[in-house]
Design a protein around this ligand. Structure first.
Ligand code: FAD
Ligand code: NAG
Length: 420
């Protein structure tokens, strides 16, 4: 297999994980990233279930994640005057996690750990500031793919092209000959993330969440070095599809228009939202996105294949990162197991991942509705339940009952044999 060349597109979570295992399988890996450099920080994500299993197969990864974990000690839902209804903390057991993960980490920080673990490898080459311009499937049955790049990296043929460029993957559109929004399903919700230069938690290490009628939710968490991390979320009823239009229009016009839309949406919400909205205007790392799921009939076409959000973004289930890590492992492992028979490897990858994807994409009943109820009454019910559940300690049980992301890993991923 030693001469096989794989191109990986995207250097966030799925990309570097796939690079790690393909290099281990003896492939020569080129990994391209659209941005000129790696960005640290970003939103909180968490590693659960099969993601934990695969993390432990990468020497050094778990220790690195623990060393730079998000500083949050738990979460509280608070009243307008700041008094909490209750508190959830991590369970203390990585194999049976609570709603608050043992491995909660900022997305960019996890990406950096994975890139650092792979960038020195002799068979892995990173190219930043590059993307695919043209991709030609071979005329021959199952021949290599000819790829041209947008910013000057030399055109070449690859035995396998792996798209890891996220839910709105442009590479997916090129490889499947479809539109960028095809196979992307809105869950009628959006979220915005940014850092605040002040500490509205006044040194507190407990994240706080506050709901306002109309499906609006604000969370404030401790960042590193006295900052706060903010998430603002807008959740619309599942059947009101037009409700997302103003957000999408604002996103098309850029960050300033999006900030303006969000400011209007949260006007007069109470608690600390005025200070938070003021801080949003000047924040340097503002990032907003629609919450979506990707569902596609096949994960590959010829020698082109999808991994992570590009193939199976999970939306609001909390399982997206774990799916991306597990998918990267299974793809490289199945191609390795089939001794470089890429076609057999791709079919086995899809077979093994399909049930795991279905499970981790299942949106628990009441989510995202419970996270940000539409009415004052809904908020009261949610907060009261939260208070009771956290007090008697059954919220973890409830979490596991509702969503596979909170259960232990029952998927039985195989041990693969690698070249090195
Ligand atoms: C708002 C939001 C909240 C989330 N919350 C959670 C959570 O709580 N828990 C959880 O587990 N998961 C969460 N996720 C999901 C999680 O972020 C993803 O599942 C995970 O990051 C998937 O990684 P990925 O590598 O597949 O894709 P991404 O992280 O999306 O990375 C795609 C990469 O490809 C690059 N790229 C994009 N286009 C191109 C191109 N054309 N050419 C080259 N490079 C390109 C991007 O710059 C980026 O580096 C959330 C996601 C969002 C959007
Ligand atoms: C595509 O999907 C079909 C139906 O699920 C499956 O039988 C087939 O093996 C898939 N193709 C690949 C290349 O995985």
């Amino acid at each position: 297999m030693s001469n096989l060349k794989v191109l990986i597109v995207g250097s966030s979570i799925a990309g570097p994980t796939a690079a790690y295992f393909f290099a281990k399988a003896g492939f020569h890996v080129t990994i391209i990233e659209r941005f000129a450099s790696l960005r640290t920080g970003g939103q909180n994500i968490d590693i659960r279930t099969a993601g934990v299993t695969v993390m432990r197969k990468i020497p050094g990864m778990e220790a690195s994640v623990r060393a730079i974990k998000a500083p949050e000690e738990g979460i509280q839902i608070v009243r307008a005057d700041g008094r909490p209804y209750g508190t959830i903390r991590p369970s203390g057991n990585p194999d049976q996690q609570s709603l608050v993960s043992e491995y909660e980490i900022f997305r960019g920080d996890l990406a950096k750990i994975l890139v650092d673990l792979t960038k020195e490898h002799e068979r892995v080459k990173y190219v930043f500031g590059e993307q695919v311009k043209v991709m030609k499937h071979s005329e021959k049955k199952y021949g290599p793919i000819a790829v041209e790049f947008a910013n000057g990296f030399p055109a070449s043929e690859y035995d396998l092209v792996v798209a890891c460029d996220g839910a709105t993957s442009r590479t997916r559109a090129l490889g499947f000959g479809c539109g960028v929004r095809d196979h992307v399903h809105s869950v009628n919700a959006w979220a915005a993330y940014f850092s605040l230069d002040q500490d509205l938690l006044e040194g507190g290490k407990m994240g706080q969440g506050y709901s306002v009628p109309g499906g609006r939710m604000v969370t404030l968490g401790p960042g590193f070095s006295g900052q706060n991390r903010v998430m603002l979320m807008g959740i619309h009823p599942r059947n009101e599809h037009e409700a997302m239009v103003p957000f999408r229009e604002a996103m098309k016009s850029g960050d300033d228009a999006t900030k303006q839309y969000i400011t209007q949406h949260f006007a007069g919400a109470g608690w600390k939202t005025d200070e938070i909205l003021k801080g949003m205007i000047d924040s340097q790392d503002f990032y907003a996105s629609e919450l979506v799921q990707v569902k596609i009939p096949n994960l590959s076409k010829g020698r082109f294949v999808l991994v992570g959000d590009a193939g199976y973004a999970a939306g609001p289930t909390g399982g997206g990162t774990s799916l991306a890590i597990a998918g990267a492992y299974v793809l490289a492992g199945e191609v390795a197991r089939n001794k470089g028979d890429i076609k057999a490897g791709l079919v086995a990858y899809e077979e093994r991942m399909t049930p795991i994807i279905a499970d981790l994409q299942k949106i628990p009943p009441g989510v995202p509705g419970l996270m940000a109820p539409q009415t004052a009454w809904g908020i009261w019910v949610r907060n009261t339940l939260f208070a009771i559940f956290t007090r008697i300690g059954i919220i973890d049980f409830a979490g596991r009952f509702f969503s596979s992301s909170f259960a232990g890993d029952t998927y039985g991923l195989p041990e693969y044999e690698w070249v090195e």
